[in-house]
Design a binder for this molecule. Structure first.
Ligand code: IFM
Length: 455
């Protein structure tokens, strides 16, 4: 690959550091009604006029379900240690309660075994947003019973696959499900009520703690944790008002999740701010939520700049942006990781998602996405810097393997290391794919040297 690309302080990554790549079920699988799969809230949401920018849906997506073997070969070619994927709950348990679907289960058995045969460690996520619609019909995450349904599903999956998967994540980005799904309503299930959103967030956390306890009681050997979307929250100016707004936003998006998970309490300032929208908490819930985790996953894309009057806009500030309109701020990742270590007592951290959408174009069978290479290399460097300063980061995964269904943005935003032609469904590795593979080769060479030196 291009020798002029920035190199990393490789020595900052421990030899057992886990390098990976990530996807999620709804974004790539397609086969929306295949062999007994039930409807998910995203299947339903996509049908609402105006909900998805390009009017698209997940019916076919990347057709991963029918292309499993060749997609696994691509992951193997990439040279990663780990592949992070999610289970579609309605594919394995169509109604979210009752019978499991043997064909859905067989698909994930093939996926996990196919990874292991290729020497890749499976990192499984149970809930990456696609709740069975029939559970939504009886109240969804706002209804406490969904916690118990989730635990039953979690136990079933862990009993089936827990002997082979390295890690199980309960929920991916509870803030997104709670706030985008139930407060602003721009994501499924499209509810707009702050009180409901806060109850949903609480139930997601309670179900996480319950699942950890039950899985451990069942003797599950996989490492267990949760994945949060986190950013440094920065006030737009030095004014008192902007500082207060940033503090509250930090409370709502960062501390509201980390304080209960790692300290067993909600942040008082946010609790008071919510007033009657604060969630209903039952006796013993906070202890459940704080059940010790084996890892904490962090998804990082950008920083968040907050002004009291909501007027700050990344586009007006001249810095580089991705196609999502998100500022490119690699140093924000170092800052975030250091802050986590400063403010909480942490289990090992994994950056479970990091990546960028750009307007890629396929020309003569190549995608020259130097902007993505630069994004990834600078963010990997930012992780290395955090490790060098003592932050316990144990892994890093690129979002995403394939261009895919980017939720309310549809298919227009491309995050993949591999380009997908949505007409032919052909896969073309981009320059960033080749770059990451070369980078990983370098890491492996370092590991060999390390092993040699220890022998
Ligand atoms: O595509 C999403 C993913 O599903 C969750 N984290 C953020 C990504 C980019 O928006």
């Amino acid at each position: 690959m291009n020798a002029s690309l920035p190199l990393h302080p490789r020595s900052h990554f421990p030899p057992d550091f886990v390098w990976g790549v990530a996807t999620s079920a709804f974004q790539i699988e397609g086969a929306a009604t295949w062999q007994g799969k039930g409807e998910s809230i995203w299947d339903r949401f996509c049908r609402q006029p105006g909900a998805i920018a390009d009017g698209s849906h997940g019916d076919v997506a990347c057709d991963h379900l029918n292309r499993l073997d060749s997609d696994l070969d691509l992951i193997e070619r990439l040279g990663v240690d780990a592949y992070r994927f999610s289970i579609s709950w309605p594919r394995v348990q169509p109604d979210g309660r009752g019978a499991f679907n043997p064909q859905g289960m067989a698909f994930y058995e093939r996926l996990v075994d196919g990874l292991l045969q290729r020497g890749i460690r499976p990192y499984l996520t149970l809930n990456h947003w696609d709740l069975p619609q029939s559970l939504q019909d009886s109240g969804g995450w706002a209804h406490r019973d969904t916690c118990y349904r989730f635990v039953q599903y979690a136990r079933h999956m862990a009993q089936a696959l827990g002997d082979r998967v390295a890690a199980i994540t309960t929920h991916n980005e509870p803030w997104v499900m709670a706030v985008l799904g139930h407060e602003s309503g721009v994501f499924a299930p499209g509810v707009r009520n702050r009180g409901t959103a806060m109850q949903v967030a609480h139930h997601l956390l309670v179900s996480h703690g319950l699942a950890l306890q039950e899985l451990r009681a069942d003797g599950c050997k996989s490492r267990l944790g949760i994945v949060l979307n986190l950013s440094p929250i920065v006030p737009a100016t030095a004014s008192e008002a902007d500082a207060a707004a940033a503090r509250l936003e930090d409370g709502r998006s960062v501390r509201w999740y980390l304080d209960p998970l790692l300290r067993g309490e909600y942040p008082e300032d946010v609790w008071h701010h919510l007033g009657t929208d604060a969630p209903c908490v039952e006796h013993g819930d906070m202890e459940l939520i704080a059940t010790p985790m084996d890892f904490l996953g962090v998804n990082y894309y950008t920083r968040s700049v907050v002004s009291a009057n909501g007027s700050w806009n990344a586009k007006e500030h001249g810095g580089p942006l991705t196609d999502m309109g998100w500022e490119i701020v690699p140093q924000g990742l170092t800052q975030l990781l250091r802050r986590l270590q400063r403010d909480w007592s942490l289990p090992p951290l994994y950056v479970m998602e990091n990546g960028a959408a750009f307007r890629d174009s396929l020309q003569d069978g190549r995608v020259h996405d130097g902007n993505r290479v630069e994004y990834l290399s600078s963010h990997i460097d930012a992780v290395g810097r955090a490790i060098a300063q003592g932050v316990p980061v144990a892994g890093y995964m690129v979002w995403s393997l394939l261009d895919n269904f980017e939720w309310a943005s549809g298919y227009a935003k491309r995050f993949g290391l591999v380009h997908v032609d949505y007409d032919s469904l052909a896969r073309t590795p981009k320059d960033s794919f080749h770059w990451y593979r070369g980078f990983l080769d370098g890491q492996k060479a370092q590991r060999k040297l390390h092993v040699g030196a220890m022998a």
